[in-house]
Design a protein around this ligand. Sequence first.
Ligand code: 0PR
Length: 385
Amino acid sequence: MDDKPVDKDYILNELNEIHKLDYNYSDGRILGSMCTEAHPFAKEVYCKFLDTNLGDPGLFKGTKLIENKVIKSIGELLSIDEPYGNIVTGGTEANIMAMRAARNHARKYKGIHDGEIIVPASAHFSFKKAADMLNLKIVEAELDENYRIDINSVKNLISDKTVAIVAIAGTTELGLIDPIEEISKIAFENNIYFHVDAAFGGFSIPFLRSMGFDLPQFDFSLEGVCSITVDPHKMGLAPIPAGGILFRKEEYLDVMAVDSPYLTVKTQSTIVGTRMGASSAATYAIMKYLGKEGYSKLAEQLMDNTKFLKEGLEDLGYELVCEPELNIVAFNHPNMETNVLAQKLEDLGWKVSVSKCPVAIRIVLMNHIKKSHLKELLEDLKEII
Ligand code: 0PR
């Protein structure tokens, strides 16, 4: 640290220089991100609430009210009238909270102390962190030939130690939706906590479904679903950080509550103590500002771009890994190693992402990737093939 104060302009210049090392969403070259540039209005509201702290909600009663309202609005999208939950830092924290609720619930009501969680092979790595932190064992369910969780594999893995089953609505690598209705039935019949990770799909599937897209049910309308992760900072156009965790019942928050003696509230169920109210305010603002109409338009437009890319790739002779269900396209060259293709694209300035299961180039068609960028990408891919 400097001994003496430094001039603002000097600091800003220095920071601007360093900031230039970052890629910009607006260049349309970031192909593998589930985040995108937040809506300007959401950013404006975020700044207004920067100092609010939901770790001590008695001091920020207004902001706490906003968090409750956001959770209720998201709940409405997910077919539940009275959800319980929080706006957290992202999908990772949301998934950790869900696994903590499941573990504590099973410990309290079933006496399970060395719990297992059944998680599809396609699950995001946040479940590995959750299992490690919560001392749970991950039991990996196989995928079927279409890269969705295999229902029989889940059935076979259920044991006396199972504290949770997880399924995904919008997988990280391929954007696929697991057969959540079927898994919900199995979980319900076996009285096992069922968590749906809709970090990516939660802000698009409800809108696409109401527009007539043929997508399966994934939300609280299925009686086995106990909690859902849904991230405003992915498809919700809210600024980072903004994740969402919604629970069906208050008891799932209660089993995580610890005493918080000197605060304005007696207990706290979140993992984080001091936590941002700005994320709730910004999410509230953008959801209200865009409305169902705005999100539907966005989701539809991104699906349109997805179709455009998919068809362009097929016309050029590239091989798609699966039929895209949401706005992710994964593909390979007919006879070039994926990593070689990825390197060629990197050399041409594209920031690509390679999926592991199966190995493929994976493009997440977020709002910053416009049709003009896709046309340029297809031109480059034409040269390569
Ligand atoms: N659940 C699913 C289904 C996810 O895809 C992700 C993140 C998470 C949970 C965890 O969310 P947070 O990262 O908010 O904690 N999926 C992407 C990933 O980690 C997110 C991402 C975002 C990747 C931006 C790249 C990137 O540039 O792979």
